[in-house]
Design a protein around this ligand. Structure first.
Ligand code: NAD
Length: 265
């Protein structure tokens, strides 16, 4: 499977180069960065301090989508929308890890999924996907007197909030309660906001240091509190999951898939 990486010099991109190189059945087909990036022209293996990979970092995504079977995208929302269009045009499978897409950018992804295989997940770790299942189940069992709060902490470089994973956890809790997240979500509180409405799903965002990604979903009820937590200590878990998704997607039928589909639950 020929796998290419857009945003290859980013924090996740570098992890992905190593993960593709380590995967059997995968061949590193290339990588791109934004035009003007200082790493353009450098060998991808050498870029991450390893041995030569025989392919250089470029700024031409079109050429990448032509040669690759699957492209992995952990970049920025504007770039991801463009990459979705190229994936549809070339019939290349696309694995999207980028978070914070607006409605128009998500529309571009949904449209592309009519033409090619797209896997999109706010979190590619297997552990978080187990957490999503547990949260949906807990929200189904516990009545709405149990207040649901989603807490997350990430490193100080992160630009979107709440994290894509926190929003996915909110969606899982809402699905368990059979409500729409948009109708019950409270994404920030400041000042005299009044008592907490019953059934609200609240979010709290912390930013600092080099935290890779901590998420807790709290069910605070009368006389007890259930807390389910996941802590990522290395980006390797996301890169490994994304490469697993790439190997799965390379042979599939067009459509928009999640990590649940990849993992088979
Ligand atoms: P980063 O800023 O380190 O990397 C992003 C890279 O994309 C940068 O190197 C940037 O130059 C590059 N880029 C920007 N525009 C580009 C373009 N047009 N073409 C090619 N490259 C371009 O950020 P990061 O920490 O690696 O995170 C990237 C994204 O992935 C974020 O949205 C983050 O929230 C998300 N993320 C998702 C998961 C997951 O499991 N789904 C895990 C970690 C991070």
């Amino acid at each position: 499977m020929k796998i290419a990486i857009v945003g290859a010099a980013g924090r996740m991109g570098r992890m992905l180069i190593a993960a593709v190189q380590a995967a059997k059945d995968a061949e590193l087909a290339g990588g791109t960065e934004a035009a003007g990036h200082p790493g353009i022209g450098r060998d991808l293996g050498e870029l991450i301090g390893g041995e030569s990979a025989g392919v250089a970092l470029s700024s031409d995504p079109r050429a990448l989508f032509e040669v690759a079977d699957v492209v992995i995208d952990f970049t920025v929302p504007t770039a991801t929308a463009v990459h979705a269009g190229l994936a549809a045009e070339h019939g290349t499978a696309l694995i999207i890890g980028t978070t914070g897409l607006d409605a128009a950018q998500q529309g571009a992804v949904n449209g592309a999924a009519e033409k090619t295989v797209i896997v999109q997940a706010a979190n590619y770790s297997v552990g978080v996907n187990v957490l999503l299942g547990l949260v949906e189940k807990a929200a189904q069992i516990l009545p709405d007197i149990y207040d649901i709060e989603v807490l997350e902490m990430h490193h100080h470089h992160k630009v979107d909030a709440p994290s894509g994973t926190a929003l996915s956890l909110g969606l899982a809790a809402a699905a368990g309660r059979d409500v729409q997240l948009d109708d019950v979500a409270c994404k920030a509180r400041d000042g005299i906001v009044g008592a907490r409405p019953r059934g609200e799903i609240g979010f709290a965002t912390l930013r600092g240091g080099d935290v890779v990604g901590d998420h807790t979903v709290m069910f605070a009820g009368p006389g007890e509190r259930v807390e389910i937590t996941h802590k990522a200590s290395s980006r390797e878990v996301f890169a490994g999951g994304a490469v697993r998704a790439a190997l799965w997607a390379g042979t599939g039928k067009p459509g928009l898939y999640s990590m649940k589909d990849v993992l088979g639950f």
